[in-house]
Design a protein around this ligand. Structure first.
Ligand SMILES: Nc1nc2c(c(=O)[nH]1)N[C@H]1C(S)=C(S)[C@@H](COP(=O)(O)O)O[C@H]1N2
Ligand SMILES: [Mo]
Length: 256
């Protein structure tokens, strides 16, 4: 067998490189450990339980900027034939669906305009607008998804009909349940996306109580958390409106 012959200088260089590799290796471990500790010591982005360290929130904010730029209002979410929709749509989440502040007989959708005036719309008013179907894969951050068929009016159609152009110059839309127990904030491009609807039917029938009767948000570009059931009030703002799950540590944008 032929021996590998190296001169002394090469051998020395090799040894130095090996040592250097070890030093770098341990230095990296040290750095990773220090970084992790640093993150753990950072203030949380809010005082409520489940807040996340500010630097991580920053990453989510950057994600939001990148994604909202990439996916403009023109991007369409995949749709399915009605026959593919679940006959029994899963029910999840009942915050704000307690009946205390909800009387179906007197319910009106309240839209607070930027000037302060409020529009009060009945279901009859809303049903006068063109009705569309949306059959999409509804995704919850808990890890389940289901193809569901909803019908209602495009949010953008409502904007057009009631001349809310000034309002669309704002950055966000806020929505609350009538009792204000559940609330979401949504970026303007996503709420104006053509598949975003105020839905009043599921599988061709009026929404069941626990799925948001009489009117809920369906916003296929977002995860389930944003699909607020039983809309009471709609507001517009340049600052992020409060968001139930964002306050509990979830990503504010929660785009798909
Ligand atoms: N008012 C209200 N809307 C809500 C919730 C809730 O707790 N209260 N949960 C959200 C979550 S996490 C999901 S996944 C969907 C579930 O809608 P579904 O019950 O029609 O499946 O509703 C969303 N809208
Ligand atoms: Mo969810």
């Amino acid at each position: 067998m032929k021996e590998l012959i190296v001169d002394e200088a090469t051998a020395k260089k090799f040894k130095r490189k090996s040592i250097l590799a070890f030093v770098v290796f341990f230095a990296m471990i040290g750095l990773a450990w220090a970084g992790w500790k640093w993150l753990g010591n950072q203030p949380l982005d809010n005082g409520i339980r489940g807040g996340i360290p500010k630097p991580l929130r920053k990453v989510l904010d950057i994600n939001e900027e990148v994604y909202s730029g990439l996916y403009s209002t023109k991007r369409l979410v995949k749709e399915y034939p009605k026959s593919a929709a679940a006959k029994k749509a899963r029910v999840n989440g009942d915050v704000g669906l307690g009946t205390d502040d909800f009387d179906p007989a007197t319910w009106k959708l309240q839209i607070v305009k930027t000037g302060g005036d409020t529009l009060f719309l009945t279901m009859e008013d809303i049903k006068k607008l063109p009705k569309i179907d949306v059959v999409h894969n509804f995704k919850c951050i808990e890890g389940w998804s289901q193809i569901t068929w909803w019908s209602g009016v495009r949010f953008s159609e409502l904007i057009k009909k009631y001349g809310l152009d000034k309002e669309t110059k704002m950055k966000y839309v806020g929505m609350n349940t009538p009792d204000e127990e559940y609330y979401v904030g949504i970026d303007m491009p996503s709420i104006l996306q053509p598949q975003t609807i105020l839905a009043y039917e599921l599988n061709g029938k009026p929404l069941p109580m626990n799925q948001g009767y009489p009117l809920r948000l369906i916003i296929p570009v977002k995860y389930g958390v944003k699909h607020l059931k039983r809309i009471g009030t709609i507001t517009f703002a340049n600052e992020r409106p409060p968001d139930y799950w964002a306050e509990r540590g979830y990503d504010y944008y929660t785009g798909l």
